[in-house]
Each structure stands twice: as structure tokens, then as C-alpha cells.
Design a binder for this molecule. Structure first.
Ligand code: C2E
Length: 978
């Protein structure tokens, strides 16, 4: 019983725990499907638990019934059996006592003994089955009474066996005693029966109460299960039905167009997902609607803006011809000429209809009826009126002001006429081919250059046809069309075009440029550059040769030295011999420059005759020459050559009827002993030459380190130079720049001066190279720029300022900032500042230099190429950067009136400058003759002592006054005389 109770209590507790957990799980976690599943499982679990509990209760009641039956009835039966046994014993005892037959007596004794045993067993079973203590006690008392009865019975039997019944009373035993004991036993048995029967009743009572309690518990469990299932149903409804109702309400509101409907926040289940999706859907719909609305609004606004801001006048007439819409522009036109509204008859009185054109039907919608005409307003403006019908039977009229177009057309016509004239008279030949390689345009000059009759060159011809005509004209010797095309294809890329030179049979050189046109064709221009080529090759030659003697100049000499250096170490060295003529100045001064020039040419010839082919003779300038002697095995070789040179050059000359004798001194440096770099070797040879001159002319000296006295001097300058800036020893002088066309002063060149306390005024040639070498040129150049700009800003605004800039300054990354700083600080307009650079600027890094130059030019500065013609391969630099000015070096200017070479160079440079759109300035003008010559050659500007020496800043106002109304040569002569 206790076990069953425990089992039921545990299952009820487990059920409670399980349902509690399930409900918590169902309420808090998982999807709705999970919740429903959990709900069903919970209900099933409750039903199973209730069923199980009922089964256990019924089984328990059955057990009780069985027990009542088994235990109590059996106990009663055995108690009654014990009573029956004792009754039988009493009967057998009475018979035993009455009978005398021994056999019957013995039989009855056995029967009584057997019955006593049976009685004892029945009592034991009755006591066991009843399981109550009082029944056990009653059974024990029955046994005790039965045992006592048996004792009496046995004694009575003995007495009866000894003599009859008379002796029994003597023994104290009577039949009455036996009967009394018999009644006691019967009473005890009766008591036992009653006890067992009472126990049976108690069993029944207990069973009934147990069944009743089970029934109550079942009822309670059922009620609890019903409440629980109702609770779960309520929870499920609350979790699902409520939100579903809300969701459907919101969905209906959204469907009805309420896009501001508030959507409650859902959980993580399907409803939550549904609500979130509805929110997203609502937001998307709202955004799309907003976008649509704003697009429509902006489209409308744009349309009305477009209509209002349109340069076209737009009018919409309805089917009755009434104005449905008109923009401001149209109103303006219609105010001037109301007839413009008569859309179907655009021959408006008061306006002039000039042309009527039907727009190409293919380009129009079949339903639309497009119509265009031109009309002139009363104020003179021209309109183009386009008319198209609307689907509603109305008309859209668009008025476009074509006054400008008309003017442009007229202008275009004029321009075409002018272009034709320009084409006919241009100096270049021109052919234009279309994308199908057919000739479109050709000008007269083209036919002239190739000597082809203009009637033969017809539009529509191919390039091959044109080349055939050129070959037939005898321009190309034996060359065929294929040869000419191959020549072109080698030089010209079909995409980017290109240039090449074509050499004609008669010696002319034609520069042919081909450029692709945007429509897939190409343009060919041809120019006779024979003269220019000659001039250029002459300039290129002059860049590396001395114009007077045609010997290699310093540039070529440096290259040759480099080549010789490369040979050193292969068994032989080489020597550099520097020489200059003794007393050459006297020849110049006494016999004049032409004789001096003749002398220099003769010396050059003699020097060439002294050396072998592998050696190089160069003119360094003035009366200075240099020789590179190759394959030198010892100083004796050099000595031999030096002696030969001294003797050869020293021999008398017959020049223009004058007998001239000049000596020469030679300084020699040997490579590799005295250096392996061109500059060093030249410098050392120069040092040795200096010594040779010092020690008596007409001789030669080998370089020795001790000779380097000039080096010492240079060092002294270097030391002073380092302190000069701090001591404020620099000053700027200005030399006027003279405009030859306007015939008046146009600016000044700033020239640096060093006022040395001991050496006096040191010219820049002597300290600028040193300043460049020691890096002082950077702060010094900055000082020059700042000071010059400060001073120039006070001059009249038309006065330019030219400032020299050295290559080292250009290499400085801060250079552009320095320029900007000087301009900003002074307030000088960039257009007034002109930077003079030499070609050496390009030597270090051409691309960076070009970038810097372009930046400066973009800022408005002008860039002049100084010392043009004396340096390197000038032409490539001219091509790479659009200089504003070319400065013809004073050496050419000086010789231009004397030597043919310089004259040609000057002419070539001026014509080059003109064709490249650059100003040319001649520097070093000292004589009126030179000035007139430069003016006649077409040079734009001039500078030189003839106009003025460089002057301190204080003299600038007087110089401007002097030169602003033209130049008066006598003043210069007086100045020279003084
Ligand atoms: P440059 O730029 O070619 O300057 C012209 C030089 O020719 C000046 O010499 C000028 O005095 C001289 N000159 C002008 N007219 C005549 C003339 O009719 N006959 C002769 N024989 N010479 C004339 P200067 O002032 O001695 O300057 C020499 C060079 O020093 C300049 O040559 C320029 O390269 C350099 N230089 C001068 N000032 C500066 C400067 O501030 N910065 C830099 N980097 N270089 C400077």
C-alpha cells in the first residue's frame, strides 16, 4: 500500500514538473509550430498520466477486495472449522466415556487426538489470516481452553478405565467439569469467530475508504488536467490568435493605403517574422511610393522648369485652336507677332516666311504631322517654327530663335570663303583624305611643291594616284609608288600620324606631316624645308664646332676626351694640350678683326697638319686651342708634338698682304696621371699653359700639381664668397633691354655684382661658377630674385625684368616656391618676370626640368634661352619646350657683321625663332653697325653696351628717360670715349 502511494505521489510530482517546464518552454521559446507541438504533447502527457493513475487506483481497489475476501473470510472459516473440530471432539469424548468396548474406545481416542490436531492447525491459520493481534490472542485462548479440555478428557478416560465412573469424583473430575470446560472452549471459539468476522468488516471498511480516496484523487487530477489544458489553450490563443488578428488588421490597413500603420514588434516566431516582413513590406511600399511621388514631382518641376528656362517658345493649342499652355518665351514671341499662332498657315502677315521644309517622314512618327518653317519677328529676330499635331487634335508649336544660327551660317559662309583663300595662299601644301582614302581637298601649293598640274589632281583620287602623278613629275627618281608608301609607313603611325622628310630628286627636302582626322580620314601637309634643314644642320654643326675655324668646339672636345678616357688602360694614355697664341690681341688691335680671324683660321689649319687623324684639334674660344693627342706612351711623345706645334704655329703667316708672326705657348696634361676627367685634364693643361706663358712664351710645360696657383686663388674666392652674403657685399646692376620694333626700352636684365672689399667689383663670370659648385647659388639666386622683384615693381608697368637662373637653382625642388614667394612678397606681376636659362639647365634631368618650366610658364612667367648657339644640341631643346625668347649669344652678334658663318647663324636663329613664334634678342650689341644689322635681320630686341652698360639701380629712372623715346647713338660713342 505504502509503495503504491509513493508511486502515485512521484508520478503526480513528475507530471507537475513536466507540464510546468513545457508551458514555460511553449511560452518563451520556439516557433508557433513548436508551441502547438508542445501543447499537444503536454495534453497527451496529462491524459497518459490520468489514465495511468486511474489504472493504478482500480488495481489497488481490486487488491483490497481480494485481500478482504482472502484474509477475513478464510480466517472466519478456519475459526468456524476449529469450532466444528471441538464440537466433534466433545461428541467423541462423550461417546468414549460412555462406551466400554476397548476397540471403540481406541477408535474414539484416535479420532479425538486427530481432531485436537486439526483444531490446533485451524486456530493457527485463523490467527495468521486475520493478521490482527486480538484474533491471535483469541486463537491462543481457544487453544489454551482446548488443551485444558483435553487434559480433563484424558483424566476422565483414565478414571473410567480404572473402575468405573464412581472413582471419577474422587479424582476431582466430573462430567460436569468436562462440560464446563467444553462450554469455555466453545465460548472462546465463538469469540475467535467474532474477532475474525470483525477483522473482515474492518478490511471492508478500509477498502471502501481507499476506493473513495482514489475516486476523489482521480476527480481532482481530472479537474487539474482540465484547468491545465484550458490554461494552455488560453496561452496558445493569446500567443497566436491575438497577434494574427493584429497582423491581419495591419495588413488590411496597409492594403487600404495607410502606410503609417504602426506594426507591433513580434517575437522570434513565425508571427514575429510575419510582422517584421510586413514592416519591411510597408517600408518598401512607403519608400517606393515616396520615390514615385518625388520623381513625379521633380519630373513635373523639371518639365515646368525646362519649359520656363527653355530658350524655345512652346505653345500648346487645343483642338479648338485655344491656347492650352504657353511658356514665357512663347508669350514674348507671340506678343511681338500674334500671327505666330496661326499654326496651319505660317505665311504670317507682318512676319516673313522664308523657307518651308517638311521634316523627313522616315524620322517621324506616322501619326505626327511635323512641319517647320522660318519666320522673322518685327524686331528683326529669326524664328524657326515647328508644328506637330497632338493626339487630341491640338497642335504643339515650338519657336526657336535661330538669329545667331543664321548669323553663324552667314559667317560660316564667309569663313569658308576665307578658308578657301587661305588654302590657296598658304605656304604649306595640303591634301585631305576621307576615311575611304579618297582625296577631298587639295591646295594650289601642294601642286606647286610637287610640280603637278592642278587640273590633274582631282577630288576622289587615291593616295596612290597622287603619288603616281608626283613620280610622273620626276620628283622621285627611280622610286615606285610602293617605295614611297613604304617610306611613309616607316615614319608614320596610322593612328597617331607623324612627320618625315622626303628628299626629292632635285635636292629639295619636303617635310611631310600626316595627322588623322576625327572622321577617320587624314590630313597631309607638305612644306619645303630645304633652307630650314640646311640652317638646322648648320646650327647643329655649329653647336659642336667653332664657326670661324670649323674646328670642334669645347663641347665636342669634351666628348672626344671622354672617348679617349674610355680607351685609357688598353695599353696607352693620351694627353691634352692647351695652347694660346702669344700677342694675338695685338694683331687684332693693329690689323683688325678680319686679319685676326684669318690668322685664327690659318693657325687651325697648321694645327691640323701637325696632328694625326686620331688626334683632335679644337678651338676653345678667342685665341685658345686644345689638342687631344691619342696613343701617348710617354712624355717624349707629347714633347715632340708640342715642339712641332710651337714651331709650326710660330712660322710667319701671309695674311691680306701682311706678314704676321705669332708665337704660341702650350700646357700639357697627361691622362691618367694628371686626371681622367675632361674638365680636370683641361684645367690642368690650362694651369700648365699659364705657367708656360708666365715663364716666357713660345714654349711648353707639363702640368705639375704645384702649379695650381690659380686653384689657390679660386679657393680664396670661395672662402670670401661664403661670407659675402652675410656681409651684404652683393648688389644688382641692371642693363636695359631694347625693343627694336617699338624703338624704345622695354625692360632690364638684372646682373649680379660682388663688391669685394679688397678685390673691388668681381664680375659674375668669376664667382658664379664657384657659387654653383659650393651650393651658394641657391640662397644667392633667391636673394637676387627677391631683390630684383622688389626693385622692378617700382618701375613703369611696361618694363620687364630679366633674371639669370643657373642650373643648380633649377635642380632645387623649392625653386617654384622661391619664385612664387618673390612675386608675392614684391607684388610684381608674373608676366613682367622673364627667367634666363642656359641649355645646361637641361643636362641634369630633362623631364623634371621641363615639368618645372611648364609650371612656371603656366604661372605667366616668360622663359628665355640664353647664350643660344654656343652650347649643346640646342634644337632638341627648342622642340621640347616653347621658349618665349631666344637670346643670340654676343659672340655671334659680334661676328655677324664680319664673318659669313656668324651672319648665317644669326639669320638662321632669327628665322627659327620667328617660325617657332619666339622673340629673338641679340646681346652684346656694341656698334651701330651691329645694331643695324640685327634690325635688318628682323631681330626683335637688342641689348649691349651700345645702349648702356649695366648700371646700379639708382640710375634706372634716368636710363628709362634716356631710352624710352628711341635710341641716340652719339650718346653711346661719348660714353665709350669717356
Ligand atoms: P649673360 O646672361 O649672358 O649676361 C650678359 C653679359 O654680357 C653681362 O656680363 C653683360 O655685362 C655682358 N654684356 C652686355 N652687353 C655687352 C656688350 O655689348 N659687350 C660685351 N662684351 N658684353 C656685354 P656680366 O654682367 O659680367 O655677366 C656675365 C654672366 O654672369 C651673365 O651672362 C650670366 O650668365 C651670369 N650672371 C650675371 N648675373 C647673374 C645672376 O644673378 N645669376 C646667375 N645665375 N648668373 C648671373
Amino acid at each position: 500500500m505504502g509503495f503504491l502511494f509513493n508511486l502515485r505521489a512521484q508520478s503526480v510530482a513528475a507530471f507537475r514538473v513536466a507540464t510546468g517546464r513545457l508551458s514555460r518552454l511553449a511560452l518563451t521559446k520556439g516557433s508557433i509550430r513548436t508551441q502547438i507541438l508542445i501543447f499537444c504533447l503536454a495534453m497527451s502527457a496529462i491524459a497518459v498520466a490520468l489514465g495511468g493513475y486511474s489504472i493504478v487506483g482500480i488495481r489497488h481497489a481490486g487488491d483490497l477486495v481480494a485481500k478482504t475476501f482472502d484474509e477475513s473470510l478464510m480466517s472466519i472459516n478456519y475459526a468456524r472449522a476449529a469450532g466444528a473440530d471441538f464440537a466433534a471432539m466433545r461428541v467423541a469424548s462423550s461417546q468414549r466415556l460412555l462406551t466400554t468396548d476397548p476397540a471403540i474406545r481406541a477408535g474414539l481416542d484416535d479420532q479425538i487426538e486427530t481432531l485436537a490436531k486439526a483444531l490446533s492447525e485451524d486456530l493457527t491459520i485463523a490467527a495468521d489470516r486475520s493478521q490482527s493481534s486480538r484474533a491471535a490472542k483469541a486463537a491462543a485462548k481457544v487453544q489454551e481452553a482446548a488443551d485444558a479440555w483435553m487434559e480433563l478428557h484424558r483424566r476422565a478416560v483414565v478414571l473410567s478405565a480404572d473402575g468405573g465412573s464412581a472413582s471419577a469424583p474422587q479424582a476431582g473430575i466430573s462430567v460436569g467439569d468436562v462440560d464446563r470446560y467444553s462450554r469455555i472452549v466453545s465460548q472462546q471459539v465463538e469469540l475467535l469467530v467474532n474477532y475474525t468476522a470483525g477483522d473482515g468488516f474492518l478490511f471492508r471498511q478500509r477498502a471502501l475508504s481507499t476506493i473513495k480516496r482514489d475516486l476523489q484523487l482521480n476527480g481532482a487530477g481530472l479537474t487539474f488536467a482540465l484547468i491545465l489544458s484550458a490554461f494552455f489553450s488560453w496561452l496558445l490563443a493569446r500567443r497566436i490568435i491575438g497577434p494574427v488578428a493584429i497582423a491581419s488588421r495591419v495588413a488590411r490597413r496597409i492594403a487600404d493605403g495607410d502606410l503609417n500603420a504602426t506594426i507591433p514588434k513580434g517575437g522570434t516566431d513565425e508571427l514575429g517574422t510575419l510582422l517584421a516582413a510586413m514592416e519591411t513590406m510597408r517600408d518598401n511600399i512607403r519608400r517606393m511610393v515616396n520615390e514615385e511621388v518625388s520623381q513625379r514631382r521633380s519630373a513635373q518641376a523639371r518639365l515646368s522648369d525646362a519649359l520656363e528656362t527653355s530658350r524655345e517658345g512652346v505653345v500648346l493649342l487645343d483642338a479648338d485652336g485655344e491656347i492650352a499652355l504657353a511658356n514665357t518665351r512663347a508669350s514674348e514671341f507671340i506678343r511681338l507677332s500674334p500671327q505666330l499662332l496661326l499654326s496651319d498657315q505660317l505665311d504670317i502677315s507682318g512676319t516673313t516666311r522664308t523657307t518651308t521644309s517638311r521634316t523627313a517622314p522616315a524620322a517621324l512618327d506616322n501619326d505626327s504631322d511635323a512641319f517647320a518653317s522660318e519666320a522673322q519677328l518685327t524686331d528683326g529676330r529669326w524664328l524657326r517654327v515647328s508644328r506637330s499635331e497632338t493626339q487630341e487634335g491640338g497642335v504643339v508649336l515650338v519657336y526657336s530663335d535661330i538669329t545667331t544660327l543664321k548669323e553663324q551660317k552667314a559667317e560660316l559662309h564667309e569663313t569658308n570663303l576665307r578658308l578657301d583663300a587661305a588654302l590657296t595662299h598658304m605656304s604649306q601644301g595640303l591634301c585631305l583624305y576621307n576615311s575611304e582614302a579618297r582625296l577631298q581637298v587639295v591646295n594650289r601649293r601642294f601642286c606647286e611643291i610637287f610640280d603637278i598640274s592642278p587640273e590633274l589632281v582631282l577630288p576622289g583620287m587615291t593616295l596612290q594616284d597622287v603619288l603616281r602623278l608626283s613620280i610622273a613629275a620626276g620628283n622621285h627618281g627611280n622610286r615606285t609608288v610602293a617605295d614611297l608608301l613604304a617610306e611613309r609607313d616607316r615614319a608614320i603611325s596610322p593612328r597617331e600620324g607623324g612627320n618625315y622628310l622626303q628628299h626629292l630628286s632635285d635636292g629639295r627636302i619636303i617635310s611631310i606631316a600626316q595627322r588623322p582626322t576625327t572622321d577617320g580620314g587624314w590630313l597631309v601637309t607638305c612644306e619645303d624645308v630645304t633652307e630650314q634643314q640646311r640652317a638646322e644642320s648648320q646650327i647643329a654643326f655649329m653647336a659642336r664646332h667653332d664657326a670661324l675655324t670649323r674646328l670642334p668646339n669645347r663641347t665636342l672636345l669634351a666628348e672626344r676626351i671622354e672617348q679617349a678616357v674610355a680607351q685609357v688602360g688598353r695599353g696607352s694614355g693620351f694627353a691634352v694640350l692647351c695652347l694660346d697664341l702669344d700677342n694675338f690681341k695685338q694683331v687684332n688691335d693693329t690689323l683688325g678683326h678680319p686679319v685676326g680671324d684669318e690668322l685664327l683660321r690659318a693657325v687651325a689649319e697648321r694645327l691640323n697638319s701637325c696632328v694625326r687623324e686620331v688626334d683632335t684639334v679644337a678651338r676653345l674660344g678667342g685665341d685658345e686651342f686644345a689638342v687631344i693627342q691619342c696613343g701617348v706612351h710617354g712624355s717624349e711623345d707629347c714633347e715632340l708634338l708640342a715642339r712641332r706645334i710651337v714651331e709650326c704655329v710660330g712660322a710667319p703667316y701671309e695674311l691680306n698682304g701682311h706678314r704676321v708672326v705669332v708665337g704660341c705657348s702650350v700646357g700639357i696634361s697627361l691622362s691618367p696621371g694628371d686626371g681622367t676627367g675632361g674638365e680636370k685634364l683641361l684645367k690642368n693643361a690650362d694651369v700648365a699653359l699659364y705657367r708656360a706663358k708666365m715663364e716666357g712664351r713660345g714654349t711648353w710645360r707639363f702640368f705639375e700639381p704645384a702649379m695650381d696657383a690659380s686653384l689657390q686663388r679660386r679657393r680664396a674666392i670661395e672662402l670670401d664668397l661664403r661670407e659675402a652674403m652675410a656681409k651684404d657685399e652683393f648688389a644688382l646692376y641692371y642693363q636695359p633691354l631694347y625693343d627694336l620694333h617699338l624703338d624704345r626700352i622695354c625692360g632690364f636684365e638684372a646682373l649680379l655684382r660682388w663688391m669685394h672689399p679688397k678685390r673691388g667689383m668681381v664680375p659674375p663670370d668669376q664667382f658664379i661658377p664657384i657659387a654653383e659648385e659650393i651650393g651658394l647659388i641657391i640662397p644667392l639666386g633667391e636673394w637676387v630674385l627677391q631683390r630684383a622683384c622688389e626693385q622692378a615693381v617700382t618701375w613703369p608697368s611696361e618694363m620687364k625684368l630679366a633674371v639669370n637662373v643657373s642650373a643648380a637653382q633649377f635642380r632645387d625642388p623649392a625653386f617654384i616656391d622661391v619664385i612664387a614667394g618673390a612675386l608675392t612678397a614684391s607684388g610684381l606681376s608674373p608676366h613682367r618676370l622673364e627667367l634666363e636659362i642656359t641649355e645646361s639647365v637641361f643636362l641634369a634631368n630633362s623631364s623634371e626640368t621641363l615639368a618645372t618650366l611648364h609650371k612656371l610658364k603656366e604661372q605667366g612667367l616668360r622663359i628665355a634661352l640664353d647664350d643660344f648657339g654656343t652650347g649643346y644640341s640646342s634644337l632638341s631643346y627648342l622642340r621640347s619646350f616653347p621658349f618665349d625668347k631666344l637670346k643670340i649669344d654676343k659672340s655671334f652678334v659680334r661676328d655677324a657683321t664680319a664673318t659669313h658663318g656668324s651672319k648665317s647663324i644669326v639669320r638662321a636663329v632669327i628665322s627659327l625663332g620667328r617660325s617657332l613664334g619666339m622673340t629673338t634678342i641679340a646681346e652684346g650689341i656694341e656698334t651701330v653697325e651691329q645694331l643695324n644689322h640685327m634690325r635688318a635681320e628682323g631681330c626683335n630686341e637688342a641689348q649691349g653696351f651700345l645702349f648702356s652698360h649695366p648700371v646700379p639701380v639708382s640710375e634706372i629712372p634716368s636710363k628709362i628717360l634716356e631710352l624710352r623715346n628711341g635710341f641716340k647713338p652719339p650718346a653711346f660713342k661719348n660714353a665709350l670715349a669717356s
